[in-house]
Design a protein around this ligand. Sequence first.
Ligand code: PA5
Length: 441
Amino acid sequence: MLKLDLSKLSGFIPEDYLTSREDRLSKAAQMLAAHTGPGGDFTGWVTLPRDYDKEEFARIQAAAKKIQSQSQVLVVIGIGGSYLGARAVIELLLSQNYNLKKKDTPDIFFAGNGLSTDALLELIELIGDRDFSVNIISKSGTTTEPAVAFRIFKTMLEEKYGRDGARERIYATTDKARGALKGLADAEGYEEFVVPDAVGGRYSVLTAVGLLPIAVAGVDIKALMEGACQAMEELSVPGLDNPAWQYAAARHALYQAGKRVEILAGYEPRFRFFAEWWKQLYGESEGKDGKGLFPASVEFTADLHSMGQYIQEGERLMAETVVKFEPDGQFIIPDDPANVDGLNFLSGKPMAFVAEQAMRGTILAHVDGGVPNVLLELPKISESSVGFLIYFFEYVCGLSGHLLEVNPFDQPGVEAYKKNMFALLGKPGYEELRAELLAKL
Ligand code: PA5
């Protein structure tokens, strides 16, 4: 399913970069398989594509159908790992313009992923008087941004449909036992879905966290899981032929060779949010203990006319990973007898041919400019290729974190801003910190 080209790393990292890491890769793979090592309690995602809860999966499909029949809009409330995966998959599979398209599935809007008043007011305006449902997603059930948004949309639903009508339109995805959202969902009788204990937010796209919104958008979530399952089966085979081992070793070698940034480049505008998901996955998993490649993303060819200059000639601190899908549709460039633009040498050529040459030329230019390149080639964008890619990136991320000797499954750094925000907001229990911070402001 996936073709990995590492040939453009030659000269940037030692030739034995893979064999010299064989023992460490083997240990890392064993830890992931046995759910041991740093963060081992949060490696439920490793076997998820095969071992997912089939009863809940059927409920997700049924709930998606109900939402499709009841509502013209679904508001998905969540932040970070409780938001990015669903948006990434919906946009990659169905288009970044999904809401603008003519379709028989609801518009999907994302809320609670920030604290912008303008964005909130605009969303309320966009919903207008249309029928809507809400999927509130929060593993902890206490995250401020989604909790505030849920208050607002829950009130709107209750005003529009009454309390009984509202509870028919609210779907809560949260911890199976703990947290404020769990308590509220139990008390109100919302339909509930579970974020499994052993799956952290950024690895949760293939749980109800991602699957319910994705199914509402009309995606075949069974095929998505099958693509991920194929990746799980292929990548669990230990050895130096394993593309996940190869890519993880390459990333680690690049880091040790002094690279500090990994840019993920896509050539499809609909890939943009997938790159956002990828940035969270790698940023939260590796960026700790003063270590880690900084994950950045670019959309080519648009960004070749903005970030292209820096990539080609700026500080030599980056490596690039390009994700290329086989093109689907076809568009032939028309002939123009006047040829005023001088482009008739392209007449009759498919647009995809031009894009391919742009990609090949860019890779060669970047490599010549000191930016090592990894190329990931996949078949056409489909449920199965996207499911495969999700799992591939997750698995490489787990291996990479272990090679880097960090815990790839915690995110202690995320707490720092929350504590300060709570203190400044005057949350009970934060009085001492509040006084400290006010003195600094
Ligand atoms: O990856 C993570 O764990 C985080 O990004 C969380 O998903 C994010 O902070 C949201 O947390 P919660 O689902 O508890 O509201």
